[in-house]
Design a protein around this ligand. Structure first.
Ligand code: RB5
Length: 151
């Protein structure tokens, strides 16, 4: 599976370790940067290009790491076709894919350690969307313009 990974300085260390670990498994990893630790870099500069690559079908899943995972999530969700979420527990890591077709998982590099990050990444990457009618219906509702909900 071709996956993208991206981080700012807040997620740089976790990105580096995750890239090594997942690369030693059967994942083809495209690193969208940052390629060095720069305390002044900005997460949108790395997360948005990765989200755009996902939107264009160049990668199947993405992992974005910033300090908290919040900024990465907000940035990634700007891009059409992206369903990104901040994940901190195992259940959400796989259920977010099974029910909500999450395609970018965001992690807080200042919040979790590499062992939990690896387990969450594997749960995310191994999960598949169930395709159940109720979940498709909900995803279709999200695609509606917000005015759809106001009658
Ligand atoms: C950068 O210092 C930090 O604000 C960023 O990594 C992230 O936590 C934003 O959500």
């Amino acid at each position: 599976m071709k996956i993208g990974i991206a981080s700012d300085h807040g997620g740089f260390e976790i990105k580096k370790l995750l890239k090594e670990r997942l690369g030693n498994m059967n994942y083809e990893i495209i690193d969208f940067g940052n390629d060095h630790l720069d305390p002044n870099d900005d997460y949108p500069d790395f997360v948005i290009p990765m989200a755009n690559a996902l939107s264009k079908g160049k990668i199947k899943r993405g992992i974005a790491v910033c300090g908290s995972g919040v900024g990465a999530s907000i940035a990634a969700n700007k891009v059409p076709g992206v369903r990104a979420a901040l994940i901190e527990n195992y259940f959400a890591a796989h259920q977010g894919v099974e029910d909500d077709d999450m395609n970018i998982m965001c992690l807080g590099g200042r919040v979790i350690g590499i062992e939990l990050a690896t387990e969450l990444a594997l749960a995310f990457l191994r999960a598949t969307f169930s395709g159940a009618e109720r979940h498709r219906r909900r995803l279709q509702k999200i695609q509606q313009p917000v005015t759809h909900f106001f009658g």
